[in-house]
Design a protein around this ligand. Structure first.
Ligand SMILES: [Zn+2]
Length: 357
């Protein structure tokens, strides 16, 4: 049995977390007051509950609406820095040792910031967060382009321009239906020519064609969610006999990382319950599964909470958590030597010590 203290102490790796989906409710209230933004609730506790309830509605569109408020309070450099710093502090307090946190710079321009000023503000916030966190943590940025907009090439160029300044990759996000990733092919081809890394939100609300395009047309290094890969697998009730289609086999053979976000998927309707979540079968079949938070504010969650829910549903223990952490660290966009250092110096020694005792 794992104690809650052990779970928090366990080194965790987070690859899929949205900066605008992880604000502290109290911070949203304070920042909104400063700029005169009207919130649906003004008490921090009630506001936190409102975010979770709204996101629980079961529709991706309503889920995305909650971001109108978090994005509204992140329009000046000081606010962005504060949110970025608190994000890193909160993750570190939860035992996350490495995090890639993503956001769309184009959504933070309404008060006059340039794209570069937004990235600089997040970078300064991350540096401050890493310096003041109660435990050691390495945090890096992923720049997201919105799939229904037309700025993906510009954001891809921004990610490359900042590749040695804390930005390790690129992503596209937003409602999948009607906006296939191939709309942004020029951006992905540019990133490939630049030897840059990217992940694509695919196979969350939408099925196999989205995953296939993300990998075989766009060249994604990782899949954001990717839960619908399950549609290309036939299996018996116990999940013992499974047969993989060509695409599922390609994903598993190629060790293409799946950035799975269990609680978030329940809210958007991509899975009915944690016990029904495809992560159970995909982990059993040894896909390169990683566990992530997606939007901590909207899901009222944390990395240790996600792991707790998985432990309850699938009986996972420390050896499984170690596997998830190493899977994620291997899949990070951080340079190889730095990834290896975190695996060898932080993750493995902690688990070796605790598993031996
Ligand atoms: Zn996401």
């Amino acid at each position: 049995m794992i104690t809650p203290e052990q779970l928090i102490a366990a080194p965790k790796v987070l690859l899929h977390d949205h900066l605008d989906g992880g604000l502290r409710p109290g911070t949203v209230v304070e920042l909104a007051r400063e700029i005169g933004h009207v919130l649906p609730r003004t008490d921090a506790g009630e506001l936190g509950a409102w975010f979770v309830e709204s996101a629980d509605s079961g529709s991706l569109e309503r889920y995305l609406e909650t971001f109108d408020h978090t994005v509204a309070v992140m329009q000046n450099a000081e606010a962005i820095k504060r949110v970025a710093s608190e994000c890193v502090q909160d993750l570190a307090a939860d035992g996350v040792v490495y995090a890639e946190v993503r956001y769309a710079p184009e959504q933070h321009l309404t008060a006059g910031l340039t794209l570069e000023q937004v990235v600089d503000a997040v970078g300064e916030g991350f540096e401050h967060g890493m310096a003041t966190a109660e435990r050691p943590i390495v945090a890096r940025q992923l720049l997201t382009a919105m799939r229904h907009k037309a700025r993906s090439m510009e954001i891809a160029e921004l990610a490359v321009a900042y590749r040695d300044a804390g930005v390790v990759g690129f992503d596209i996000a937003g409602a999948e239906a009607g906006y296939p990733p191939t709309r942004h092919l020029d951006a992905f081809e540019y990133l490939q020519r630049e030897n840059a890394h990217f992940t694509i939100h695919a196979g969350e609300a939408f099925g196999l064609p989205s995953i296939w395009q993300a990998i075989q047309w766009c060249g994604a290094d990782r899949l954001g969610h990717g839960v619908r890969i399950i549609d290309d697998i036939t299996y018996d009730e116990a999940g013992e006999k499974a047969e993989l289609g060509r695409l599922a086999a390609y994903v598993r053979d190629g060790r293409i990382p799946l950035e799975m976000c269990p609680s978030s998927n329940l809210q958007t309707g991509a899975a009915a319950s944690i016990a029904d979540h495809p992560i159970g079968l995909l982990a059993k079949l040894r896909f390169r599964v990683t566990v992530n938070t997606d939007n901590r504010l909207m899901s009222g969650t944390s990395m240790s909470r996600e792991l707790t829910l998985l432990a309850e549903a699938f009986g996972y223990g420390l050896a499984d958590f170690r596997w998830f952490a190493i899977n994620a660290m291997k899949s990070a966009f951080l340079p190889f030597d730095e990834r290896l250092a975190i695996i060898d110096n932080t993750i493995k020694p902690w688990y070796a010590k605790v598993l031996a005792s």
